[in-house]
Structure formats: C-alpha cells, structure tokens
Design a protein around this ligand. Structure first.
Ligand SMILES: Cc1cc2nc3c(=O)[nH]c(=O)nc-3n(C[C@H](O)[C@H](O)[C@H](O)COP(=O)(O)O)c2cc1C
Length: 147
C-alpha cells in the first residue's frame, strides 16, 4: 500500500470537493491518503515522505492563489525529485492554476508527473456526477502509476 498526500486550497469549496473525491479514488484503489489544506503545511518535513502527491488550486484572476505560491516554496524544500505527481483545480472559463502547478511539479521539482496532465475541471462539471467520476478516474490513474 502506497501513501499519498493531497494538498489543496479552495476559497468557495469546489476545489475542496475535488480533493475529497480524489481521496475517495485513492482509497478505492487500495492506497492510503492524507488530505491537507496548504495553510497547515508550513514545513518541508510535513510534505516529505509520501509516495505520491496531488496538489490542488482554483484559478482566480487567471493565476494560482498566493497561498499556493507560498506552499510551492515549502514543497520545493521537501525534495520531491522522481516522486509521482498530479495537480487539480476548479475554474469557470480559463483555468490557468492547475496547469501552472502541474508544470512546476514537472519542470522545477522534477517529479514523475502523470501522463493524464492536470485535472482541470469547471465548477459546473463539479456539480454533476461526471465531475466525481473524473476525480475518481484521475486518482485511479495516478495510483496505477505509483504501482
Ligand atoms: C474574483 C474571481 C476571479 C476569478 N477568476 C477566474 C479566472 O481568471 N479564470 C477562471 O477560469 N475562473 C475564475 N474564477 C472562477 C473560480 O475559479 C471558480 O469559481 C472556482 O470554482 C473556485 O474554486 P474554489 O471553490 O475551490 O475556490 C474567478 C472567480 C472569482 C470570484
């Protein structure tokens, strides 16, 4: 059994909903998961030691949030080179945040990111069962990569 960290922030709850469905998917795949708001993760030691990571951030003003930018500096100190990674986020129309986080994980942290790319879903989709299924599928794909 592998252990995964889902770290996210969410202003109005939709990215949080994604985090919880992703966690469900990880558990359905038979793995362990810790779900944390990024505001609680202040030290690199709280981030290191997991087999895989999924970071989540909604898009505001065509950007990731300030909180996620700060968290990525903490995560950088955790040395995640070669670890399995994925990213997710909710948005309404442009959705820059999840791809930005994903690119940082891939190119800066040198993580082994999922071929699925970032899970970048609209708020409207997250109000349907399709949104829940997309989160479950993404978690399953990431767990398969973790082995
Ligand atoms: C002030 C404001 C700015 C926003 N800017 C964007 C944006 O640039 N692009 C986009 O796709 N969605 C934008 N959104 C929509 C949010 O990304 C969307 O509501 C998302 O589901 C919020 O996620 P959360 O509930 O996890 O905070 C914006 C929303 C607000 C209130």
């Amino acid at each position: 059994m592998k252990k995964l960290l889902i770290a996210y922030n969410s202003r109005t709850g939709t990215t949080e909903k994604m985090a919880n469905y992703l966690a469900e998917g990880v558990r359905i795949s038979g793995n362990e998961v810790q779900v944390e708001k990024i505001a609680t993760l202040k030290k690199a030691e709280q981030v290191s030691g997991f087999d895989g990571y999924i970071f989540g951030c909604p898009t505001y003003h065509k950007d990731m949030t300030g909180g996620m930018k700060q968290f990525l500096f903490v995560a950088e100190k955790a040395n995640l080179v070669g670890k399995i990674g994925g990213a997710f986020g909710s948005h309404t129309h442009s959705g820059e945040a999840a791809p930005m986080v994903f690119e940082t994980m891939q190119h800066v942290f040198k993580m082994d990111v999922v071929d699925l790319g970032p899970l970048n879903l609209t708020e409207a989709l997250m109000e349907t069962d399709e949104g829940m299924r997309a989160c479950h599928q993404y978690a399953k794909g990431l767990c398969e990569k973790m082995g």
